[in-house]
Write a protein that binds this ligand. Structure first.
Ligand code: NAD
Ligand code: UFG
Length: 336
């Protein structure tokens, strides 16, 4: 299949490119490189053993998108491109609505004009707001507690309206829980610029000695050890989930709008992750328990049953593999 991956040189996009290209698809990366490097494509070329196409462009550039869809004879789009930092979205909401909502709107117009009507969208567990029950299934009410979350929710609603208006659309919204880990080759991984917001890259930098200690945000939650609990899911499992979604959308049942949780169904606490990372790296991870981070919830984990039953997808990699691959990437990634 000919597949366009917007945001294809980013963290989750690059792992999905590696999988889809490795499975023999013609993949085209479309990325403005605002949060990734062209060097990722050189690394992907090494992984897949051939030269991949990167179109350097913005999803808000409808002309370039249309040209790319036509010239590359694209049949399906996986839409990763977007901004993702919650705090930044509170400080600069217009940038988030512009990139995430207007960007998706431009993409949809271009797809409609070119007759491409199969789309897999990167959504997030953030669309569930504060969990009202656990595990969170796809029937859980949606809400948003910050502009980033609202941008994802707006797009999901837009996609649902579109699918309802025209039965030719085949759309899957993939609601990721906490993506972590890196490719088994050690060649690609998460590459946050500046101080990492997320737990796993922060721990990796502490283990490597680049930062003194981890601040654990809150030790008094109603969880087994008092620290936050999340559903960490290996990025390679997420990539498998996108392949499964594309296969499903292409099947006789794929028409319409669908939402799927991508998580393991198992919650781990911040301190469990610290301990597992110490085991995987053989390094100490000093930490200090500090005040709760505003906006955080005690626990969030998925019911992945729908993805298992309908897509035949299940996360296969455990926390040990998540930590080991994140450490390999932290330690050797840049030098490979
Ligand atoms: P990332 O920043 O590594 O990748 C996003 C890519 O999109 C980057 O390469 C960036 O350069 C590109 N991009 C951004 N705006 C663009 C635009 N206007 N035009 C073209 N390219 C653009 O992020 P990621 O972690 O790989 O996330 C991918 C998607 O998954 C995002 O939509 C994000 O909101 C969603 N998501 C991520 C997480 C997570 O924890 N990583 C969780 C839930 C959902
Ligand atoms: N944490 C720390 N110290 C840190 C970083 C995180 O203790 O330095 C804790 C957090 O308090 C939380 C857990 O580690 O308990 C996970 O935090 P992350 O920032 O890694 O992930 P979140 O669950 O907060 O956020 C993720 C995505 C968001 C998305 C959200 C809800 O990064 O994009 O899930 O789906 F909005």
């Amino acid at each position: 299949m000919n597949i366009l991956l917007t945001g294809g040189s980013g963290y989750i996009g690059s792992h999905t490119v590696a999988l889809l290209a490795g499975a023999g698809n013609h993949v085209v990366l479309y990325d403005n490189l605002c949060n990734s490097h062209a060097d990722v494509v050189t690394r992907l070329n090494r992984i897949v053993g051939r030269s991949l196409v990167l179109v350097q462009g913005d999803v808000r550039d409808a002309d370039l998108l249309e040209r790319t869809l036509q010239e590359q004879r694209i049949e399906a789009v996986v839409h990763f491109a977007g901004l993702k930092a919650v705090g930044e979205s509170v400080a600069d909401p217009l940038a988030y609505y512009d990139n995430n909502v207007t960007g998706t709107l431009c993409l949809l117009w271009a797809m409609q004009r070119c007759g491409v009507r199969t789309l897999v969208f990167s959504s997030s567990a953030t669309v569930y707001g504060d969990p009202q029950y656990l595990p969170v299934d796809e029937m859980h009410p949606t809400s948003a507690v910050n502009p980033y979350g609202r941008s994802k929710l707006h797009v999901e609603e837009m996609l649902s309206d579109l699918a309802a208006s025209d039965g030719d659309w085949r759309i899957a919204c993939m609601r990721y829980f906490n993506p972590v880990g890196a490719h088994e080759s050690g060649l690609i991984g998460e590459d946050p610029s500046g101080v990492p917001n997320n737990l796993m890259p922060y721990i990796a930098q502490v283990a490597a000695g680049h930062r003194d200690r981890l601040s654990v945000y809150g030790g008094d939650y109603d969880t087994p050890d008092g620290t936050g609990v999340r559903d960490f899911v290996h990025v390679a499992d997420l990539a498998d989930g996108h392949l499964a979604a594309l296969n499903y959308l292409g099947s006789s049942e794929g028409a319409g709008w669908h939402a799927f949780n991508l998580g393991t169904g198992q919650g781990y606490s911040v301190l469990q992750v610290v301990r597992e990372f110490e085991r995987a790296s053989g390094r100490e991870v000093p930490y200090e328990i500090v005040a709760r981070r505003p906006g955080d919830v005690a626990s969030s984990y998925a019911s992945p049953d729908k993805a298992r039953l309908i897509l035949g997808w299940q996360a296969r990699r455990g926390l040990d593999e998540m930590c080991a691959s994140a450490w390999r990437w932290q330690r050797y990634g840049e030098r490979l």
